[in-house]
Design a protein around this ligand. Sequence first.
Ligand SMILES: [Zn+2]
Length: 253
Amino acid sequence: MNKTVFLKRTALPAMLAVAMLALWRVPEPVIETEADVRMTLPDRIGEWQGHAVLFCQNPDCMRGVLWNPGDETTCPTCESELHIKSYAENTVLPADTEIVRKRYAHPRGPTLLLTIVLSGADRASIHRPERCLTAQGATITSRRIVRIEDDAGSAFSMTCFDTQQTRGHGQAVPGVFCYWFAGQNRETPFHWERMAWTGMARLFQGRVTRWAYISISGESDAAATRHDEYIVPFARKARAALLAKGNPPPSRQ
Ligand SMILES: [Zn+2]
C-alpha cells in the first residue's frame, strides 16, 4: 500500500473519528470575563484630544453627538435618548457586546474615531468589518496590511481600507478605516485568523474568548498620504494605552 492510499484508508478516518469524539465530549464552554484591552478610553492620546460620542436611538434620526460629562443625555435634534451604542449596534449585536468609542482631534491634523467592540458569549458580536462597512454604504477602493513597530520593538499589524462614502447630494467623501483584533494574548489583522483561534480555544480548551475589535477611522484627503502620517502614530499610541497586560508578546505578523 503506498503512502497516499494508506492515509486515505486509515489516517483520515481516524482523524475524523477523533474530531467527532472531541466535539461530542466538549463540555459547556467557560466564558472568559477578562479582556486583553482596557475598556476605558483615555481623554488624551499623545497630542490627540478625545471626546465621547453618543448616538440618538430614534431610528429616523440616529444622530451622533459629542458628549462631555454633565451634558444632557437626550438628542439635541429630536430629544430621544442618547446611548454609547448606535441604534444599529443596539439592534443587531448581542446585548453582552461592550462598546467604547471616542473621537480624537489633532491640533494640526485630521479627526479620528477610535472604537473598541468587545465580544460577549455570542460569536455574532463581531462581524466581518468589510460587511459592516459596505452595509453602511461605503465602497472599499483599496486594502492593505500596515505593520507597525512599537517603542519596545515588538510589532503588530492592521488591515486598512481606503473607502468612498456617498453623502447627500451624491458627494463622495474619501475615508480610511483600519482595524485589528486582540484576544488570547494575540493580535491579528485578519478576521479569519481570529475566528480560527476562537474555534480552537472553544474546541480544545472549552473557553469562549473575549476578543477586542479595535478600529480607527476618519475622513481623508484625496492624496491619501496623510493617513500614514497620522494614523500610524495614533494607532501606536492608542495600542500602548489600551493593552491591559503590559508589554504584549511579539506579533507573528
Ligand atoms: Zn435624535
